[in-house]
Design a binder for this molecule. Structure first.
Ligand SMILES: [Zn+2]
Length: 147
């Protein structure tokens, strides 16, 4: 499989994308995102900037950054979001498997960075919510029954 684009600039590996959709459905709006998945070269460029002292924040090497998709179970599961300032949103994110590894006592502090961990997701086995298009399909199948 591959990255799933939720909208331009917001893409995750499939399990993280499914969780993100459930989070936004529960909160009832699109969440702010500064950065989700990036390709290897973009992360490598940022990493090089950081190594050169020209970028203020910690940057993971593209071989290990969760902002880089490597497979459906490795990478492609990170988001940087300003929503961390709202405890109610953070509570929903945590309930859905998003956690923040870079908080004290970690010496690297990035309150905005969340990683998706399926083992922490209380909703990963939920039945997907029906979308409006699915409802129309179900109705039309019903009316096509021969009896
Ligand atoms: Zn990040």
């Amino acid at each position: 499989m591959a990255l799933e684009e939720i909208r331009p600039g917001v893409s995750f590996r499939p399990d993280a994308a499914a969780s993100w959709r459930r989070v936004e459905a529960e909160i009832g709006r699109e969440l702010q995102t500064s950065r989700t998945s990036v390709d290897y070269d973009e992360q490598a460029d940022l990493y090089a900037l950081r190594q050169a002292g020209q970028y203020p924040y910690s940057v993971a090497h593209p071989d290990v950054s969760n902002h880089v998709y490597r497979s459906d179970t490795d990478g492609g599961n990170a988001v940087d979001t300003d929503e961390w300032a709202d405890p109610a949103v953070v509570a929903v994110l945590e309930d859905h498997g998003w956690w923040r590894p870079y908080l004290p006592p970690n010496p690297i502090v990035e309150q905005w960075h969340n990683d998706y961990d399926p083992a922490r997701d209380n909703h990963r086995n939920d039945t997907p919510a029906l979308k409006e298009d699915d409802m129309i399909l179900i109705e039309s199948e019903e009316t096509r029954k021969p009896w």
